[in-house]
Design a protein around this ligand. Structure first.
Ligand code: ADP
Ligand code: ADP
Ligand code: MG
Length: 455
């Protein structure tokens, strides 16, 4: 079914709402923002053609209110809804409610969100597609006794994961049997309270891994391609901070890119995946990789892929959702150069990256052809405690990794943001670190590096 999108409501806030609206402007699509009380004069509201108030600060009373958002779309005559990331982006009920209200949901079908958004069932789909998964439980683990048995057979350390988890939340590393029961319980509780799903499963904890993921695009007519990989190994609290494309680690391993991207496409094809999605893997230092999860939505770090492949992922999301054919042929998609993205956060790296909301009086950065800044704020404004403390994504493009690091160092050095506490100085230290320059990193490196700076 083909549907023309003339007006799009963005069910999100911050930089990602602005990012989606930018493509809409370029394509002559009118935009509708939604906003909570503290976001009344936020950038995404000012950038939109129209804006609708949907409630108080707490996400459950505003950005998670499906009824209010769909009503806002009805009232403004929007034909489609883009969920961004976070909030309702991986909520199958929301996708279904949009469709039932006659609105195009910019994302995969609800059944696919259900299947691949649930980590335990996505793991099963990966196994069916012949994609390697981290050794772990056979689906959901129901009791502590069962968990103990599985941990014993996998060998410690193990990870307990909430099936509905995301954003690094709902995961517990267990190093010895004595700590298992408590961690099991707390993951179930966290899953229930944060994601409305108390199911948990278990995986062997892979030591010293890298996080590498593949961007997928599929249309409604069975055509599916990948846009290569991203390296997202620099994390704190299991959440990404610095991302790159391509992965230099992958480039160094004979045949790995081909194997990785082929596995990702095989899994996406297996579930007849439609729209943009990301298949996440962890890789050990030998280049063996294992599926961990699929994100059935636009990813925070999509800009690095757009920069090296010269594509606009939002444009494709909109075209695919309106029924158009994905006209990109795999053989014609080329990756050139190197892109790095740094997430600028209102947080304190010297205090375990604790969020530090505050006032932005100055926020200045240079602009150039090889610089891309996806910002959620302009000065003056306030970073409130209600939402993710990300201020902006600072990205650069260059011929190769060394030049991209130099470019990022220059960009961060000439970025001025005050008076609130941010991770800018920390990001600069990362760019200058020899381990980073030599790409000798794993997913625990960033936190260890932060500790070494503040020791
Ligand atoms: P991505 O998987 O796109 O790289 P992240 O891992 O940073 O993005 O975050 C995954 C999702 O979880 C994002 O959509 C983000 O908005 C959301 N998220 C981030 N922090 C939190 C939080 N504290 N609670 C709930 N969701 C969060
Ligand atoms: P989320 O939905 O919160 O993004 P993921 O399953 O993608 O959860 O895991 C987030 C991060 O946790 C990964 O990027 C990786 O750093 C780490 N991680 C996940 N699974 C494992 C594992 N089995 N072994 C080691 N690290 C893991
Ligand atoms: Mg993940």
């Amino acid at each position: 079914m083909s549907r023309v999108i003339k007006k799009l409501l963005i069910a999100n806030r911050g930089e990602i709402a602005v990012r989606v609206m930018r493509t809409c402007r370029e394509r002559g699509i009118a935009t509708v923002a939604v906003f909570s009380d503290p976001d009344r004069s936020a950038l995404h509201v000012r950038y939109a053609d129209e804006a609708v108030h949907i409630g108080p600060p707490q996400p459950r009373d505003s950005y998670l209110r499906m009824d209010k958002i769909i009503e806002a779309a009805r009232r403004t005559g929007a034909d489609a809804i883009h969920p961004g990331y976070g909030f309702l982006a991986e909520n199958a009920d929301f996708a279904r409610a949009c469709t039932q209200a006659g609105l195009v949901f910019i994302g995969p079908k609800p059944e696919i969100i259900e299947k691949m958004g649930d980590k335990a069932s996505a793991r099963a789909a990966a196994e069916e597609a012949g994609v390697p998964v981290v050794p772990g439980s056979d689906g959901v683990v129901h009791t502590v006794e069962e968990a103990e048995r599985i941990a014993e057979s996998l060998g410690y350390p193990v990870l307990i994961k909430a099936s509905g988890g995301g954003g690094g939340i709902g995961m517990a590393l267990v190093k010895k049997p004595a700590k298992l029961a408590r961690a099991f319980q707390s993951c179930q509780d966290r899953g229930a309270s944060s994601f409305g799903n108390a199911d948990v499963y278990m995986e062997k904890y892979i030591e010293s891994p890298r996080h590498i993921e593949v961007q997928i695009l599929g249309d409604q007519h069975g055509h599916l391609v990948h846009l290569f990989e991203r390296e997202c190994t620099l994390q704190r609290r299991h959440q990404k901070v610095v991302e790159e494309a391509p992965s230099s680690f992958v480039s160094q391993q004979e045949g790995m890119r081909e194997r990785l991207c082929t596995a990702a496409v095989a899994l996406a094809k297996q579930v007849n995946y439609q729209n943009a999605g990301t298949i996440e893997f962890i890789a050990d230092q030998n280049g063996s990789f294992y599926f961990i999860e699929m994100n059935t939505r636009l990813q925070v770090e999509h800009p690095v892929t757009e920069m090296i492949t010269n594509t606009d992922i939002i444009t494709w999301q909109l075209k695919i959702a309106s029924g158009e054919a994905l006209t990109l042929e795999q053989s014609a998609i080329e990756a050139t150069g190197h892109a790095i993205e740094c997430r600028l956060y209102a947080e304190d790296p010297s205090n375990r990256f604790f969020p530090k909301p505050g006032e932005i009086e100055t926020f200045e950065y240079p602009s150039d052809d090889d610089i891309r800044v996806d910002a959620a704020f302009t000065a003056p404004s306030t970073v409130t405690p209600y939402y993710d403390p990300m201020i902006a994504k600072m990205s650069v493009f260059a011929d190769n990794r060394a030049s991209a690091i130099a470019r990022m160092t220059a960009l961060l050095s000439s970025t001025h943001i005050a008076p609130l506490t941010t991770n800018r100085d920390f990001l600069l230290e990362v760019m200058k670190a020899s381990d980073y320059e030599q790409n000798q990193v794993d997913t625990t490196w960033l936190e260890r590096f932060a500790k070494s700076l503040h020791a």
